[in-house]
Design a protein around this ligand. Structure first.
Ligand SMILES: [Fe+2]
Ligand SMILES: [Fe+2]
Length: 156
């Protein structure tokens, strides 16, 4: 049984709300996205966000987090062929906008995990949150790579 301090609990409640938001966003964006590849990517991520939420809820309930479940994570699909033409159609513009939103969301949530991890007393809890944070960064990387492959994102 884990005994959480008030500060730990408040930080974990925040992360719980973030994970719920991610599930909601990825699920609804998977429906909105026009490109099947993007739908697939967001559906996969929605499933992983659900695992994150389950882990945070376990910790909030005072249970030692189960670390095994997140191991067999589905790899995001490989980036598609180079985007055709420079003129973005309305569909592509919409897909690019939702990618941009999720990239910002992941960036923010990864940062809030960083803050939370520094306050955790239990080593296993730290490790579990660390594992989640790594996956948030992988989500960011997957979206970044997708956007780059479509010509939505051009690093300078
Ligand atoms: Fe998450
Ligand atoms: Fe994520």
């Amino acid at each position: 049984m884990i005994q959480l301090t008030q500060k730990e609990r408040l930080l974990l409640e925040d992360q719980k709300a973030h994970e719920e938001l991610c599930i909601l966003k990825y699920s609804s964006y998977a429906q909105q996205a026009k490109d099947p590849q993007l739908k697939q990517l967001f559906t996969t991520y929605a499933g992983q966000e659900q695992q994150h939420l389950d882990t945070v809820n376990q910790i909030l309930a005072g249970q030692q987090p189960a670390m095994g479940s997140g191991q067999q994570q589905a790899q995001p699909p490989p980036p598609g062929p180079e985007g055709i033409g420079r003129q973005l159609a309305a569909d592509a513009q919409n897909d690019a906008a939702i990618c941009q939103d999720m990239l910002s969301t992941e960036k923010y949530i990864s940062a809030t995990y960083d803050t939370a991890i520094f306050e955790m007393i239990d080593a296993n809890v730290r490790q579990a949150l660390n594992h989640i944070q790594k996956e948030e960064q992988q989500h960011g990387e997957g979206i970044f790579n997708y956007m780059q492959s479509k010509g939505y994102y051009k690093p300078k």
